[in-house]
Design a protein around this ligand. Structure first.
Ligand SMILES: Nc1ncnc2c1ncn2[C@@H]1O[C@H](COP(=O)(O)OP(=O)(O)O)[C@@H](O)[C@H]1O
Ligand SMILES: [Mg+2]
Length: 109
């Protein structure tokens, strides 16, 4: 099962995500929590330290590819198992958390 949580800033997305992942993990369900916010804090909400929170995956884990028709899509450059092994952190109640790519510096869009 995949659950995506989105919405406006300050509406409780991170709080709900952290609570939901912990409830599911406590029931024995393996949970992978992925923070896709460019200003991430899900791992903090899952009890990890600030330095763990800033240890985000590099942008190179995804790549933009174009098919014959010119349609572009984002694809993983490694298997999800390898990405979890390399960048996943164990958090509260055994939830595994992956922090998505951060905005590293300002620049033109
Ligand atoms: N159900 C709630 N009742 C009261 N305050 C809440 C509730 N859910 C979240 N908050 C508080 O609201 C603020 C924003 O929540 P957060 O989960 O960080 O939102 P988002 O991730 O959508 O920006 C935080 O200070 C959080 O503690
Ligand atoms: Mg948030």
């Amino acid at each position: 099962m995949k659950i995506a949580i989105s919405g406006k800033g300050g509406s409780g997305k991170t709080t709900i995500s952290a609570t939901l992942t912990r409830i599911l993990a406590r029931r024995g369900i393996p949970v992978l929590a992925i923070d896709g916010d460019p200003n991430p804090n899900l791992s903090l909400a899952l009890g990890l330290s600030d330095s763990a929170n800033t240890a985000a995956m590099p942008r190179s884990v995804v790549e933009r590819r174009e098919d014959e028709s010119g349609k572009t899509s984002m694809v993983l450059t490694d298997s999800i198992e390898n990405i979890i092994e390399r960048y996943g952190l164990k958090a509260a109640d055994g939830v595994t958390v992956l922090t998505g790519c951060r905005v590293e510096h300002s620049g033109a869009g």
